[in-house]
Design a binder for this molecule. Structure first.
Ligand code: DC
Length: 221
């Protein structure tokens, strides 16, 4: 049977990973979080003491970053040079660095083949920024998942508070707006609504409603 590939793109905080993970479980597909791969590269650069604007240094440093992924109990583990780095890639510092270094074409080229190979061999739900437009332009289903900046900031705020962090909603909102701008205005593979993608605005939808909608769409492929 032919593999089915589902591409989910959208801005930070739209709920892509939560929704893609749940839908993948129901469909028995593999969930591929491409943001986590970019985050692993950013972590490698930070560990090498690099600044985001040091393009030359970053291009050189990524030569020694070997990124792969492994699945353990349906959970994706990002492996950076033989180390599981899942626990280190979700900090604000790594988030900012990731958004900044993912503008470089050399960084993107490093991950493109890995992402395409996983999709070639498996039924996948892959989420990111350029999946429908660039990584898997022939995906059987393309979704652009979005939500208002206010909704996304509030979701992130609650998440951080639950984790016990002291955060300010206005700072989070500003951070999200900056990331949206960088992700959608870069020259290489910017965040955009891919040709043929269905836009889902999750601002007033529950997680279950979005997942059910996607499952329905998969059934109609
Ligand atoms: O989805 P995320 O928040 O984990 O992604 C982190 C950053 O990685 C995001 O700011 C943009 C970048 N990214 C990208 O450029 N292309 C992708 N396919 C996935 C993520």
């Amino acid at each position: 049977m032919k593999n089915i590939n589902i591409a989910i793109d959208g801005p930070a905080g739209a709920g892509k990973s939560t929704i893609a993970k749940l839908a993948a479980k129901k469909l028995e597909f593999i969930y591929v979080d491409t943001g986590a791969m970019y985050r692993a590269i950013a972590l490698h650069c930070l560990r090498n003491g690099l600044q985001a604007d040091d393009k030359e240094g970053i291009v050189e440093a990524i030569k020694s970053a070997n990124v792969s992924i492994k699945y353990v109990d349906c959970e994706q583990r990002v492996i950076l040079n033989d180390e599981n780095v899942n626990a280190y890639i979700r900090t604000e510092e790594v988030s900012k660095m990731t958004s900044s270094i993912s503008v470089y074409k050399e960084v993107r080229a490093k991950l493109l083949e890995l992402q395409r190979n996983i999709a070639k061999e498996n039924c996948v739900i892959m989420d990111g920024r350029d999946i429908g437009s660039n990584v898997l332009p022939n995906a059987e289903l393309k979704i652009y998942l979005t939500a208002s900046v206010e909704t996304r900031a509030m979701r992130r705020y609650k998440e951080q508070i639950e984790k016990g962090y002291e955060v300010n909603i206005e700072d989070i909102k500003k951070d999200i707006e900056d990331r949206d701008y960088r992700d959608s205005h870069r020259e290489v593979a910017p965040l955009m609504v891919a040709e043929g993608a269905t836009i889902i605005d999750s601002s007033d939808m529950t997680i279950e409603e979005v997942v059910d909608k996607i499952i329905m769409m998969v059934k109609n492929i």
